[in-house]
Design a protein around this ligand. Structure first.
Ligand code: ADP
Ligand code: ZN
Length: 526
């Protein structure tokens, strides 16, 4: 472990001016300094940067940081230069002269840190430059971008597998603020981090109050939130489309709120002007698409509002995580309506990706819907999604005003026993659509061809509508009482926890369902 007198602590005090390491920082820093690989999962604001910056300063040579955040490299380099760290970056925004200057500094061992965009590592010129440079470590920031399963896949990240092959003795540290178990495994596999020590910090952000409410008149609801709880505060409002960003920003300005738009359709100068105003001035409300925010380090963002449903829990967690980095009370507020579901289903249907990709998008959406519908503590649900058990938080809407719940134990048993029977008797697995057809006793073509009318559970579920059944399925998935098979087909399977429902030892409480749109048939799996 890093002792108070260690070189790492010395750098922490002298260069960064901090008293002590936080959480797992000391252990991570120690691991990398001694030449080991590390995979770091730490929430936004947890202090990931020091985990590679300090080893880069302590080890001889330059720390090479791979980051997709080209727009922020200048800021990062400026911040480091301000405390006397010799930092630079190499990316496509530079002219040849600037690039050459950085390259010769790197070759001469005159840099502590160099930031690289991932696409540069595909270039032979970059690799040959690194071959000739003293490299202290490789840091792979936003490592979830390597995961095809994750919500933010960047193909250029796949090229990073070359690092281990080409530089087997250089320690590597991969960092992310968002990774489910599956994403984590994918990162380790794709980056060849099998031997890396895993550091998982708590994902809880106790100062953030999570709230999800039905969307009625979104703008009025948003104004109410800002005026009653966050007047004059800095905040981020996320919208799905550029058009709604523009419309919402204009409407807020008309109401006297200092709002600015941000989306990929604005020219680079406007984007960067709005971003720096948000960072430097007080009380700006940034209305943005998700193009905004990754890597933004503004400690006093007091609220993050979503006017449209995020596409995944990972996205929701990362976006809401931009609130309250300073640890003070902050609000994560989401208005969610039927139309969101309709729209997102349609977008998935129309997605150009292959079937497996659409299924992935669909699974992400289902998990997000489950979070919206939970009767349990939102935080418990959110943390469970990232594999972290917790207890009811007392600081989310469902804790503060519990929603109407109903006892869904019997329907849950009917559904689960259908899954069990199909597997035991026929060795078959299906998606939600067909299971519901069986429970409702529908004589569909598949029911006929598979003789599923002979199943004991055929037609035993007519007390619920198809929509209510979908709600049951989604909520069982959300509670981990039903699982999705890893076959890529979205077929449903029982989990270890299902047994307690089937044997009657566990009561299943569900949130009262509102009407939901019917899924397009393309989405039916199984
Ligand atoms: P992340 O990348 O995990 O979102 P950062 O590395 O940007 O987090 O750190 C978040 C904030 O916490 C920064 O302002 C950083 O300077 C501060 N910080 C990090 N580690 C420490 C520490 N050990 N002591 C005090 N402040 C710290
Ligand atoms: Zn709660």
């Amino acid at each position: 472990m890093v002792s108070p007198a260690s070189p790492a602590s010395e750098v922490l005090h002298r260069v960064f001016g901090y008293e002590a390491f936080r959480g797992q920082q000391a252990a991570i820093v120690d691991r990398v300094i001694t030449g080991g690989d590390a995979l770091v999962l730490m929430p936004t604001g947890g202090g990931k940067s020091l985990c590679y910056q300090i080893p880069a300063l302590v080890r001889s040579g330059t720390g090479v940081v791979v980051s997709p955040l080209i727009a922020l490299m200048q800021d990062q380099v400026d911040a480091l230069s301000a405390v006397g760290v010799r930092a630079a970056y190499l990316n496509s925004t530079q002219d040849a002269d600037e690039r050459r200057r950085v390259e010769s500094a790197l070759l001469a061992g005159e840099l502590d840190l160099v930031y690289l965009a991932p696409e540069r590592l595909k270039l032979d010129s970059t690799l040959s430059l690194l071959d000739r440079s003293p490299v202290a470590l490789f840091a792979i920031d936003e490592a979830h971008c390597v995961s095809q399963w994750g919500h933010d896949f960047r193909p250029d990240y796949l090229a990073l597998s070359v690092l281990h092959e080409r530089y087997p003795t250089v320690p590597r540290i991969a960092l992310t603020a968002t990774a489910t178990e599956q994403t984590r495994r994918e990162i380790a596999a794709r980056l060849d981090l099998g031997g890396a020590e895993l550091f998982i910090s708590s994902f809880d952000r106790p100062n953030i109050q999570y709230r999800i409410e039905p969307k009625d008149q979104p703008l009025r609801q948003l104004l109410q939130l800002i005026r009653t709880e966050h007047p004059g505060d800095a905040g981020i409002v996320y919208c799905l489309s550029r058009a709604s960003v523009e419309k919402t920003a204009a409407a807020l300005v008309a109401e006297g709120i200092s709002a600015l738009p941000y989306h990929a359709g604005l020219d680079a100068a406007t984007r960067s002007r709005n971003q720096s105003r948000f960072l430097r001035e007080d009380g700006i409300v940034m209305v943005a698409t998700i193009a905004f925010g990754m890597g933004i380090d503004k400690p006093d963002v007091r609220f993050v509002a979503h006017l449209d449903l995020p596409k995944s829990v990972e996205g929701y967690y990362q976006e809401t995580g931009r609130a309250g980095r300073d640890g003070l009370p902050s609000t994560a507020w989401l208005a969610y309506g039927l139309q969101d579901v309709v729209q997102q289903r349609r977008m998935i249907d129309e997605n150009e990706g292959d079937l497996a990709h659409r299924r992935r998008l669909s699974a992400h959406l289902d998990a997000m819907l489950a979070l919206c519908e939970t009767v349990e503590c939102r935080r418990v649900q959110l943390l469970a999604y990232f594999g972290q058990p917790s207890i009811a938080c007392g600081n989310c809407d469902t804790c503060l005003s519990p929603p109407e719940a109903w006892d869904g134990t019997v329907p849950a048993q009917k559904l689960l026993s259908t899954v069990v029977r199909l597997w035991r008797e026929r060795h078959q697995r299906f998606g939600a659509g067909h299971l519901i057809d069986i429970l409702l006793g529908r004589e569909t073509e598949r029911v006929r061809s598979q003789s599923h009318a002979e199943l004991k559970t055929f037609g035993i579920g007519t007390e619920l509508s198809e929509q209510e059944w979908r709600g049951v399925v989604r909520q069982l998935l959300a509670q981990g009482l039903l699982g999705v098979a890893a076959d890529g087909y979205g077929t449903l399977v029982i989990t270890d926890a299902s047994a307690s429902v089937l044997d009657g030892s566990r009561t299943v409480m569900l949130r009262r369902e509102t009407a939901r749109p019917v899924r397009a048939s393309k989405q039916k799996a199984g």
